[in-house]
Design a protein around this ligand. Structure first.
Ligand code: NAD
Ligand code: ISE
Length: 335
């Protein structure tokens, strides 16, 4: 059976996902696309796909069984609610939404529907290196985790696309989600430290150091540098009671020549996480074909949004800001 998918948002990641859905993965066909920039949608549309004028028309269309949302974060709430209303499985890029109120609206709609339909684009959970790291922690041979060091370095951010808060309201969500998943823990509080500002970042508050306080007492430190020029560099190291487990640097091949001993640096997220995105969609296609979703849920999107909100308060006030989570609905207890 072939899953008929409509893609909303045909910018950088929308195009990359269209490439993997049409050229890499099986069991899926793109039958529809939409973008507020009609010419971008027309350029990106695979042969035979219909270009819809509005996202709502795409979601309602009988040509579309499941939806992939790659529009800007502020547009996700309305599009997610329309997908849930139509009872269609939907993959939504991060950030799921941009306010706690919006996250609760989406959660209430999915809970009322009675079944998971939404998968949030936290692709690190599908990355083979992160999965191996989690297996080591879960096996317990190193003892309990005590600290996690997460480094999130991005080469550059497109000028003018984001506000100065971007490292905290857009980038941090990945580190927040992977920390919760890796450590099987929940975030209870957030602190932010702001060092000397990089001249590479214009108006952006960049870099920042975020401390995530976990329920268990583990502290996660996150370095976010979104304009570090040299490339895309993601690191992670868990310090446990009897040892340390770390992600390898990627790509893993080590070159030795007259210039020294070195590893290449990925240019951006598309290169570093290429296999993780493929796996994320492989698992999504299978779950969506069954009418559901797998992996990162609306609950996970909600907690990451609350973490971003707490980080924004923490940076303004210079305090430790706590997360005030609602009770977790039964729908998300297993996930
Ligand atoms: P982009 O600006 O390149 O593309 C976004 C596209 O969405 C644009 O073409 C824009 O015209 C379109 N759009 C905006 N609002 C719309 C609406 N209401 N309806 C239809 N189309 C709309 O941005 P991008 O880098 O492709 O990012 C898109 C989303 O993906 C963001 O939420 C971003 O945070 C996320 N993202 C995730 C990852 C990841 O690693 N998971 C990587 C990059 C981007
Ligand atoms: C981008 O939006 C992403 O989501 C990438 O995964 C992240 O690493 C990058 O910093 C963001 O700009």
């Amino acid at each position: 059976m072939t899953l008929r998918v409509g893609v909303i948002g045909t910018g950088m990641i929308g195009k990359d996902h269209i490439r993997r859905l049409t050229q890499v993965l099986n069991g899926v066909e793109i039958t529809a696309v939409n973008d507020i920039d009609q010419s971008s949608a027309e350029d990106a549309a695979p042969m035979g796909a219909t270009v819809f004028e509005t996202a709502e028309q795409l979601i309602q269309s009988e040509q579309v069984e499941a939806v992939v949302i790659c529009s800007w974060g502020g547009a996700h709430e309305e599009q997610l609610l329309a997908c849930i209303k139509a009872g269609k499985p939907v993959f939504c890029e991060k950030p799921m939404v941009i306010s706690a109120e919006a996250a609760i609206k989406v959660m209430n709609a999915e809970v009322a529907y009675g079944k998971r339909l939404v998968q949030v684009g936290f692709m690190r959970r599908f990355d083979a290196d992160y999965r191996r790291l989690k297996k080591v922690i879960d096996e317990g041979s190193l003892g309990a985790p005590l600290m996690y060091h997460s480094v999130h370095r991005n080469g550059q951010v497109p000028e003018g696309l984001y506000t100065s808060d971007m490292p905290l309201n857009d980038t941090l969500v990945h580190d927040a989600d992977i920390s919760r998943w890796l450590l099987s823990d929940e975030i209870s509080g957030v602190e932010v430290r702001v060092p000397r500002r990089s001249t590479q970042g214009g108006e952006l508050r960049d870099p920042v150091i975020v401390l995530l306080h976990m329920d268990s007492g583990v502290i996660v430190d996150v370095e976010i540098s979104v304009n570090i020029s040299y490339g895309y560099d993601i690191r992670g190291e868990v310090s446990c009671e009897r040892g340390i487990a770390a992600l390898p640097n990627r790509p893993a091949t080590i070159i030795t020549d007259q210039h020294g001993i070195r590893q290449a640096i990925p240019e951006d997220w598309r290169e570093r996480f290429i296999e993780a995105y493929d796996q994320e969609f492989r698992e999504w296609i299978s779950a969506a074909a069954d009418g559901g979703a797998i992996g990162p849920s609306v609950w996970d999107g909600y907690v990451s949004t609350l973490t971003a909100d707490a980080a924004l308060r923490a940076v303004e006030k210079g305090t430790l800001e706590t997360l005030d989570l609602i009770d977790k609905p039964a729908l998300y207890q297993q996930h």
